[in-house]
Design a protein around this ligand. Structure first.
Ligand code: IPM
Ligand code: MG
Length: 349
């Protein structure tokens, strides 16, 4: 029987709750679809960091590399500064495994109360550059604590890095019915990196004459998403721009509690990583009310990546049946808990 090895990293906060729910649903699904998922759990988390001083133990990435995919919960704790937790766990995996294409679909699922009059027109995929740009990590801080203190945060745009993400976005846009790709930029103000970003987009565009394009400044993009949702389809944006726009997209299409993401290494030289975008949500941790839908949708993206398209579609249909029946956690205005939503999806499967 076809077997896939999955590394599960629940991490912090509600990550533990939603990854457990995801594994529960996935186990039932693969049984029904006739393949096997073999999960190995890693305790890499802020708790581990506070005990040992490390998120990822010595040799951890090499160990992780052997897996077919990574199913990731969340990282972030009130007891650890956010920049340490992020750079301790999530970013070393994204950068170390060259997961340069971050894919974030948004769509209003059946039964979900639209936040906008035109929300049912939302059917977007945001492609986020995921290894450089504003999150390159280059920069530094000197003269700490003195009045002369300086901090420099360098956005890095490389020709290779920009070309490959634009190519990825065009390839994706081409597979979607509308074949439309919007370039998000801020090249009016950021005249070096973002100008290169735009230039390479139009160079790559020449190879995709079947894909229609337009170009929108990131500030104008926020109003466009709210006021003209139907004018957008596939969207490509830099690391930080897409980070911000994808939260807006999640809110407009219902809740951060349903939004999935895939951190892809398209060449498959390394495993890709799949995670809900909601983060650790310490305000509701341990209450059993975390929305598992984002983790399920994320799991569906993972199956798609593994080549199990039929199982991925089946899981998506089960999610949609559950939202249509309004089996909702409190973030969607419901009274159900994580377990009830999980059971509903399992019944639908
Ligand atoms: C996301 C998150 C992360 C990011 C946080 C947790 C640092 O907001 O995946 O969108 O900014 O990349
Ligand atoms: Mg974000």
């Amino acid at each position: 029987m076809k077997t896939y090895r999955i590394a599960a990293i629940p991490g912090d906060g509600i990550g533990k709750e939603v990854i457990a729910a995801g594994i529960d649903v996935l186990k039932l699904l693969c049984e029904k679809e006739g393949f096997k998922l073999e999960f190995t759990a890693f305790d890499w988390s802020s708790e581990r960091y506070l005990e040992t001083g490390e998120y990822i133990p010595e040799g951890g990435l090499a160990q992780l590399k052997a897996f077919d995919a990574i199913f990731f919960g969340a990282v972030g704790s009130p007891r650890v500064p956010d920049h340490l937790s992020l750079w301790g766990l999530r970013l070393p995996i994204c950068q170390g495994f060259d997961q340069y294409a971050n894919v974030r679909p948004s769509r209003l699922l059946p039964g979900i109360e639209p936040k906008l009059k035109d929300a049912n027109e939302i059917d977007w995929v945001i492609v986020r550059e995921n290894t450089e740009g504003e999150y390159s990590g280059s920069g530094g801080r000197v003269h700490r604590g003195l009045p002369e203190e300086v901090a420099v945060e360098v956005s890095t745009f490389t020709r290779n890095g920009v070309a490959r993400i634009h190519r990825f976005a065009f390839e994706l846009a081409r597979t979607r019915p509308r074949k439309h790709l919007t370039l998000v930029t801020k090249s009016n103000a950021q005249r070096h990196g973002m100008v290169l970003w735009d230039e390479i987009f139009y160079e790559v565009a020449k190879q995709y004459p079947d894909v229609q394009t337009d170009r929108v400044l990131v500030d104008a993009m926020t109003t466009r998403m709210v006021l003209k949702p139907a004018s957008l389809d596939t969207i490509v944006a830099s690391n930080l721009h897409a980070d911000i726009l994808s939260d807006l997209a999640a809110a407009l299409s219902g809740s951060l509690g349903i939004a999935p993401t895939a951190n892809l290494n398209p060449e498959r030289s390394f495993p890709s990583m799949f995670e809900p975008i909601h983060g650790s949500a310490f305000d509701i941790t341990g209450k059993g009310i975390a929305n598992p839908i984002a983790a399920f949708w994320t799991a569906s993206m993972m199956l798609e990546h593994l080549g199990e398209a039929r199982a991925a579609a089946r899981l998506m249909r089960a999610i949609e049946r559950t939202t249509a029946e309004r089996v909702f956690t409190p973030d969607l205005g419901g009274v159900h808990d994580t377990r009830a939503v999980t059971n509903a999806v399992k019944r639908a499967l």
